[in-house]
Design a protein. Structure first.
Length: 563
């Protein structure tokens, strides 16, 4: 067991108490049971960190189990993506990779056992009829007319269901629990349905498939899970989970529920995320605006930042919504320590230093990361013609504008002091070039005579720059709650039309020509950026991972003031 530590939440406290009491013989066995019907998102990351983290902290084991009971919606693509995402987050389930479909034969045998015990029956009601019989939250349901079938008839019908004699949806196997129960999940729930579809693992072997509620607890039992940790929507399902295990008389894990993650400006519904993909509202599951783990990875998030975020928000039983800024701040805190600094001009304006020798250049030292001395330094070229950000120049500057304007002196990062002497415009009056002079004595960015300047600009040498495409991302939705809509609207009406802005012709320092997809940098004064998977040596593509500060929150506050 790992070194003992003080539990930080109620789930860990329950595990610690079980260990102290000798329950489960001191074992800790958890699992993460995704359905392979979509890609994992940040909400799943919270569950992964909790399930796998607890096992690691208490010296236990954790399983990866795919609850693959619905072949109509599940694909091998999703299985592969889920495994990749979990490994990227930093967890290794070793040889404990399981599938609910591996247990189909055992589940079928258990269903037969319940039929033999008079606790399950074959029902001919269709979906609409079943809903009519189910009752309401205030009124008891009505028993199916097929509930009184004999054991022999049920065994025969169930075997014929398995043999494929009946069409899809024509019959189900239901548990005999209690149609008067105040818990709707106990009103004779469906255990099996006829579903003729090719399964990604079992092929066409099975034309009946178990329901999730019948599979979930039994799979936990087979794997000898001690703590079955679920989100709060399964709390009302726990009595059914317990009923199945007790009715079968098999090993019985403890189900524990915690509040799922809700995050502003996004949503955690796999169904809706799939709609966005299929409707091409986004470029795919890994679109950097998506809350999917692969989308966050492509955008430039680190596994360390996601794990730190999950630790910071903690685990409770109370539903709440976490501000996206908390996730972004966790990312900045991590990238600030690990991302090397680079110079990049996203909206370039040409600068000609008239008193710098034509055709010459020099190499200047630049720090890679002031937060990490071991990152060392690099050299960057300086020449007569440069690019600066267009926003860093103003012809008629107000008094508190500390960047470049005519007659004003500023510092070029790692380089020299320069002064603007002339503005060149095109026929339409647009500024297209600045003429400046530099002070050779200020090499490195300091003046030997002690004079100070208030503005420091980033820049790149025009002769050495790498041209790139840069994609600026904002939140996918404008409303903090995407589902908060007016009558007749859907969450799609809250999509942010400005969630992606693509810049071309950006000029980057030459060292970035060697960057490969997934590499992360801080572009000085601009934010954190990551090389996109679309990037090529001929056309580098960078995604803005996050600004240096929470610019979005500032914009939203300004909008509110405007109202």
């Amino acid at each position: 067991m790992m070194e003992e530590s003080t539990p930080t939440d109620f789930v860990r406290q329950m595990v610690a108490d079980d260990i102290d009491s000798g329950k489960w013989d001191g074992r800790v066995q958890t699992r993460f049971p995704p359905e392979p019907n979509g890609y994992l998102h940040i909400g799943h990351a919270k569950s992964i960190c909790l399930n796998f983290g607890i096992a690691e902290e208490f010296g236990g084991k954790y399983n990866l189990r795919f609850d693959d009971t619905n072949p109509a919606k599940e694909e091998q693509e999703y299985v592969d993506a889920i495994k990749e995402d979990i490994r990227w987050l930093g967890f290794d389930w070793e040889d404990r990779e399981f599938y609910a479909s591996d247990y189909f034969e055992q589940l079928y045998d258990w269903a037969v056992l319940l039929i033999n015990d008079g606790k399950a029956f074959v029902c001919d009601l269709n979906g609409d009829e079943m809903r009519e019989h189910r009752g309401t939250v205030t009124e008891a349901g009505t028993e199916s007319p097929h509930r009184s079938r004999s054991v022999e008839e049920n065994l025969d019908l169930f075997a014929r269901m398995k043999a494929g004699e009946f069409p899809d949806g024509s019959k189900t196997l239901r548990a005999k629990v209690d149609m008067a129960s105040p818990n709707m999940n106990l009103r004779d729930p469906v255990m099996y349905r006829i579903l003729t579809a090719t399964h990604h693992r079992t092929g066409d072997t099975w034309c009946i498939h178990p329901m999730y509620d019948f599979t979930h607890g039994e799979s936990d039992s087979i794997e000898r899970v001690t703590h079955s940790i679920c989100t709060m929507e399964f709390e009302d399902h726990r009595p059914l989970y317990d009923w199945y295990l007790d009715a079968l008389g098999i090993y019985h894990p403890q189900q524990i529920e915690f509040a799922r993650l809700n995050l502003t400006y996004t949503m955690m519904s796999k169904r809706k995320l799939l709609e966005l993909v299929e409707e091409k509202q986004v470029s795919g599951w890994d679109d950097p605006r998506m809350p999917t783990i692969c989308g966050l990875r492509r955008r430039g998030y680190t596994p360390e930042s996601i794990r730190a975020f999950c630790h910071e928000i903690g685990v409770t039983k109370f539903n709440s919504t976490t501000d996206m800024a908390v996730l972004e701040n966790a990312l900045r805190a991590d990238l600030n320590k690990r991302a090397e600094r680079r110079l990049a001009v996203l909206n370039p304006l040409k600068v000609v230093i008239e008193n710098y020798p034509e055709g010459e250049s020099e190499e200047l030292d630049a720090i890679n990361n002031p937060e990490d001395a071991s990152a060392g330094s690099r050299t960057i070229p300086f020449s007569r013609e440069l690019y600066i950000e267009r926003d860093d120049f103003m012809e008629d500057a107000p008094r508190k504008f500390f960047r470049l304007s005519v007659g004003k002196e500023v510092r070029l990062r790692y380089a020299y002091f320069i002064t603007c002497t002339e503005v060149i415009k095109d026929d339409d009056g647009n500024v297209i070039e600045l003429r400046c002079t530099y002070d050779p004595a200020t090499r490195g960015g300091d003046a030997p005579d002690g004079r100070k300047v208030k503005g420091t600009l980033h820049w790149v040498s025009a002769a050495h720059a790498v041209e790139a495409e840069v994609r600026l991302y904002d939140h996918l939705f404008e409303n903090p709650d995407p589902n908060d809509v007016q009558e007749g609207q859907t969450y799609r009406d809250n999509l942010n039309a400005n969630s992606l802005k693509t810049l071309t012709g950006c000029q980057l320092e030459p060292s970035l020509s060697q960057a490969t997809p997934g590499d992360r940098f801080q572009f000085e004064r601009r934010g954190y950026f990551c090389v996109d998977t679309d990037s090529t040596p001929q056309t580098p593509v960078f995604n803005r991972t996050t600004p240096l500060r929470d610019a979005w929150a500032k914009i939203q506050k300004q909008k509110q003031k405007g109202k």
